[in-house]
Ligand binder design. Sequence first.
Ligand code: AMP
Length: 632
Amino acid sequence: MTSYKAFHARSIEDRNGFWGEMAGLIDWNKPFSKVLDYSRPPFAKWYVGGETNLCHNAIDRHLGVRGEQKALVYISTETGEETSYTYRQLHAEVNRCAAILAGLGVGKGDRVIIYMPMIAEAAFAMLACARIGAIHSVVFGGFAAASLATRIDDARPKVMISADAGMRAGRAIHYKQLLDEAIDLAKFPPQKVVLVNRGIDKGMQVVAGRDLDYARLRSQNMNPQIPVTWLESNEPSYILYTSGTTGKPKGVQRDVGGHAVALAASMKYLYCGEPGGTMFTTSDIGWVVGHSYIVYAPLLVGMTTIMYEGVPIRPDPGIWWKIVSENEVSVMFSSPTAIRVLKKQDQSYLRKYDVSSLKHLFLAGEPLDETTHGWIADALGVPVIDHYWQTETGWPILTAVPGVEKTPIKLGSPSFPAFGYDLRLLRETDASEAEAEEKGVVAIVPPLPPGCMSTVWGDDQRFIDTYFTTFSARMVYTTFDWGIRDKDGYYFILGRTDDVINVAGHRLGTREIEEAIQTHTNVAEVAVVGVADQLKGQMPLAFAVLKDVSKIATPQLRAAHEQEIMATVDAKLGAIGRPSRVHFITLLPKTRSGKLLRRSIQALAEGRDAGDLTTIEDPGALEQIRAALAGK
Ligand code: AMP
C-alpha cells in the first residue's frame, strides 16, 4: 500500500500522471487531449477537450448495475415524510424535471436559481440542470429577500425553482414570500418560477403568468427521455455564492470534468465510500458541503445518499444515530457545532442505537475543539476526522486520507494536505515559508487541483485580485486562514486573516452585517466583530453609533431599538447574520488614518488585551466599548 506521503508527493510532482489516472474514475463521452493547461496563470484548465456530464456520471452510468439500488433516501423529521428513490426512479424524476426546464426554454449555459428547502425535488433540480448543461445556483434558505435579490441580479436566472415553505424545528420558513420580495427588488428577475407546493403555506400567493406548479408540470412530463448534454470539461457546472470581506458576495464558479474527478477521487481515497454503501451528510444543499457530499459525490460513486430535513435533537437527540442504524450508514459527515449541540444532551441516546456500520465520521466547516473531537471519537468508537476546506475548493484541503493510509489522528488537527494541494504556510511579511511551530498564512501554490473554483462568475479579475494578490513576492492562492504545523507535520487552523466570521459553520462577512445594519435610518456608523461562542464557534456582535440618541433615552427605548436593528439584519441578510447584541456608543475606535480597529474591539469582547494602540485616534472610544461590554 502506498503511503500518504508518496501519494501526496506524486499528486504534485507528476500532476499529469496522477490526475490522468484519476480521470478514469468517471465516464467521458470524448477523451481529453490534455490533463492540465496552465498557460494562463492562475486559471487552471483540467482535462482540456474532454466531454462529460455530471448527471450521466451520477445516475445514468449506474443504471445497468444499480438500477434497483436506493440512490436517495429522503427523511424529514419536520413533516414525517420518508421516501426513497432507486437509481432508476431518480433517473425518471430527474428526466421529468429536466423536461420541465427544457420546456421553459432552459438550455446549455442558462442559469437556474434553486431556492429550496431540504426536499428531494431540490436534488432533482440540481441534477436536472446538470443533465441539460444549465448552470444552477442554489441559494441557502436562511438568506433574506435582499440577499437573494443580489444573487438574482448577479446570476440573472432564466428560471427559479422554489417551494411554498421549509420547516426547521417545527417552524415554517416561507420561501415563496421571500422569493416574491426578492423578485420585486431584483433588476433582472427570472421569466418563470416553478413551485413545489408542499401544502405548508396554505395562503401561498401565485403570480399569474409567472408562477408554475411543479406537480402539474411533472404530470405533463411523466416519461420523457432527455438526453444528457455533453459539456467540455471546463464549462461551468454551477455557481455558489460565498461571503468575503466586501458586502458583495462572490459567485464561486465550478467546472464539470475536474469537479467530477476530484469528488470521485475524494470518495475513494478520503471518505472510503464504497459503491453500494450509504453516506449521511447533515448539511444543507445551500452550502458547498451539501452540493459536494449530499448530492454529487455519493451518487458519482454509486452510493445511497441521505437527505435530511430537520435538526439533530428533534424528535429526540438520538435521531441521527437512528438514521445511521436503520440505513446502515458507513460514511457520515457533519459539523462541529452539531456535535457540540449533541454533547449537551443526555448521552444515553448515543448508546441506544447500533451504529456499528459507521466507519468514519468526518467534521468540517469550522474549527473543531479538542474536547469535542475527543468526546465524539470516544462515544462512537470510530475515527473522527476533522478536515478543512472552503466553498472555493469544493473538497478538502487538509485531511487524513484513510483510503491511502490510516495515519493516526491528533485531536484538534485536520491532519495533512490533501492530494493535489501544494500547500504552504507563508510568513505574512515576505511570503517566505514558516518553520514548524510558526504561524503562517495557509496558501496553495497554483495551479489549484481539479474541483476547485475556476473563477468568480462573470469577473475573472476579481478572482485574481481576491485570491492571488495577497503577496507581492509570489502568486499564490490565499485561503485567508492562519495555520501552524507541529513538529510531526500535523496542521492546525488558527482562524481567519480577514474580517470573515464563522457562525456554526456558516461563513459571514462582518462587512455584510454592517451594511445590513447601516440601512437602519438611525444608524450613523457601525462595527461588527466575531466573538468566540462556546456552542456556535463565533457570534457576531455589533457596536452602533446612532444619529439621534433620544431614541434610546430610556432602558425600554434602548431595548426596543436594539430589537429593531436586529430585525433589520433579519430582513436584509437573514437571521443567520443577526448579532447577539447591538451595543450603542458615540464613537468607534479608529486609527488616525480612519481605519476601524476591529481586532481591538474583538479582543476586548473576548476578554483579552486590546493589543497595539499606538495609532488610535481617541482612546476614549475603546473605553466606551469596555463600558458597553460591562453593561454600564
Ligand atoms: P465555507 O467556505 O463557508 O465552508 O468556509 C470556509 C472557512 O471555514 C475556512 O476558510 C475556515 O476559516 C473555516 N473552516 C472550514 N473547515 C474548517 C476546519 N476543519 N477547521 C477550522 N476551520 C475550518
